[in-house]
Design a protein around this ligand. Structure first.
Ligand code: IPE
Ligand code: IPE
Ligand code: MG
Length: 259
């Protein structure tokens, strides 16, 4: 007699939070500038695009860890408005890669209850990618797990210009009093609307700059720069970033009691 077919279940192995981290003081929102893919490939004598391929593995690893460790939101910088200036072959490789990975991972994201969104000017992306993004966003909108934001054709200055235009249109239409514009109204027009601001920004590959990433939202984020190249980013590197975060004294412009 043949054995009943059991649907292949996902391995339910969750990675436990390392003992050196305090589960009560984790960042609610981690943002990451995934940098160093090209250098990772160069160091191995490989074409740059192989670094991007490995970078996808690092992103999957990081998403899984953040989800397992109870971090509410992960926002990753995948492609900037300035990255169009790269050689055409690299840009088209990246667009194809995004499409392939998204198609391949859609089911797993659903099973893990990930709510995925893509932040940026999506209208400039290839049609096939736009369609997949729309499907993934819709299918996962009601998921109860980690919020996963992928910044694709994202530029913070462009985002702020769009937000300003949206508010100006409402003023022009007589719906909004300019004096009523405050930080909350502006934040509500950004791609990140509905998310808390990132508490921690991680940038890999040792560069100390923001590269047009979340300029508004990162106002009070703690910044952790690591020399690790993105494709090598792993549990140890994430643990170090979180330890660094937990060692910081966040003041938000005030003073500590007793100072
Ligand atoms: C980050 O790695 C990935 C993207 C910007 C798409 P890079 O491609 O910038 O890698 P480096 O900085 O050249 O090493
Ligand atoms: C920032 O990395 C953009 C992404 C990670 C997608 P870049 O490699 O494009 O940034 P710069 O050019 O070093 O500032
Ligand atoms: Mg780079």
């Amino acid at each position: 007699m043949s054995r009943p077919q059991v649907a292949a279940a996902r391995p339910s192995t969750r990675t436990a939070l390392p003992a050196c981290l305090d589960s009560g003081r984790l960042p609610a929102h981690v943002a990451v500038i995934m940098d160093g893919n090209g250098r990772w490939a160069n160091q191995r004598g490989l074409p740059r695009v192989m670094g991007h391929r490995q970078g996808v593995e690092a992103l999957k690893r990081t998403l899984r860890l953040c989800s397992d460790w109870g971090i509410g939101t992960l926002t990753a910088y995948a492609f900037s408005t300035e990255n169009w200036s790269r050689p055409g072959e690299e840009v088209s490789f990246l667009m194809t890669l995004f499409e392939q990975v998204l198609a391949r991972e859609l089911e797993a994201l659903q099973q893990e209850q990930v709510r995925i969104r893509f932040l940026g000017d999506l209208s400039a992306l290839p049609d096939g990618l736009q369609a997949l993004i729309a499907e993934a966003t819709k299918r996962s909108a009601a998921n109860s797990g980690i919020h996963f934001n992928v910044c694709t054709n994202y530029g913070s200055r462009s985002e702020l210009v769009h937000a300003t235009r949206a508010l100006a249109r409402r003023v022009h239409a007589g719906e909004l009093d300019p004096e009523a514009i405050d930080e909350n109204l502006l934040a509500a027009e950004l791609h990140t609307s509905g998310e808390v601001d990132p508490d921690l920004l991680i940038r890999t590959s040792g560069e100390h700059r923001l590269s047009n990433f979340l300029l508004w939202q990162l106002a009070y984020a703690e910044i952790h720069v690591t020399d690790v190249l993105w494709p090598d980013f792993d549990a140890e590197a994430l643990t170090l970033a979180l330890q660094d975060f937990q060692g910081r004294q966040r003041r938000f412009g005030g003073v500590e009691a007793g100072e």
